[in-house]
Design a protein around this ligand. Structure first.
Ligand SMILES: [Zn+2]
Length: 229
């Protein structure tokens, strides 16, 4: 009993619990389809954030993926390292009396987990899940904007030139080794600090006019002005 309380179930155990379950229109969990109900797990072979649908395509490169898919051991995929980005989110937190059992966990990406409600009435959690699913585009844009804003603010504070954020984040030198975990993940401003610190590694003079314009339009998408810099 005590062990049960201390250790959280695996991702596989959590996913297994949710297979075949639906969130109803009025935010209850049911194990049959009714009008407007949504499956919690749409594809057991493709683990994704159960709210926004974030998916890690690297899972296809795992040598065991094809071997397990479409077998009775298929659910072991959910324990792959490529699925660790999905956090075990309490539906009802410990503080509110929630238990460490699969039915009290959802698998969410970092952002969805951070934003999800810890509320005594579980319907609010399921309402959040349905809301994110329905408004995915809007929510992604809001998150992007918040990250850009944090980078901008951090750059300003550190007297760094924001213009060096060009070409998107993919090629950006990211100071990961200097970034510490805040509870279990990078906080918003840790992320911003990592990017702003990485700016030092870019040569400002090499920024072409084309890159400048690209970057400028990237920021204007989020309604952030770069003209002050
Ligand atoms: Zn998500």
């Amino acid at each position: 009993m005590d062990n049960n309380k201390r250790y959280s179930p695996s991702r596989k155990q959590i996913a297994e619990y949710w297979i075949g379950k639906y969130i109803s229109n009025d935010f209850k969990i049911i194990d049959f389809y009714e009008e407007g109900a949504e499956l919690v797990i749409t594809d057991p072979g493709e683990p994704e954030c159960l709210a926004c649908g974030m998916f890690n395509e690297k899972i296809y490169d795992n040598p065991n993926y094809d071997r397990l898919l479409n077998t009775e051991n298929c659910m072991r995929i959910w324990n792959f390292p490529e699925v660790r980005y999905l956090q075990k989110a309490h539906i009802k937190s410990k503080m509110l009396g929630g238990e460490n059992i699969p039915s009290n966990y959802f698998l969410l990406c970092k952002e969805c987990h951070q934003e999800s409600p810890d509320f005594a009435d579980e319907r609010y959690f399921y309402a959040y899940i349905r809301y994110v699913r329905k408004n995915k585009y809007k929510i992604m844009a809001r998150r992007d904007r918040r990250i850009m804003q944090a980078i901008y603010e951090m750059a300003y504070q550190m007297n760094k030139n924001i213009l060096t954020i060009d070409k998107g984040f993919d090629q950006f030198p990211f100071a990961v080794k200097k970034m510490g975990l805040h509870i279990t993940n990078f906080s918003l401003y840790t992320y911003a600090a990592g990017i702003v610190y990485g700016m030092d590694e870019l040569d400002l003079k090499q920024l072409s006019k084309e890159d400048y314009e690209k970057m400028k339009s990237e920021f204007s998408k989020y309604d952030i002005s770069i003209d002050d810099f």
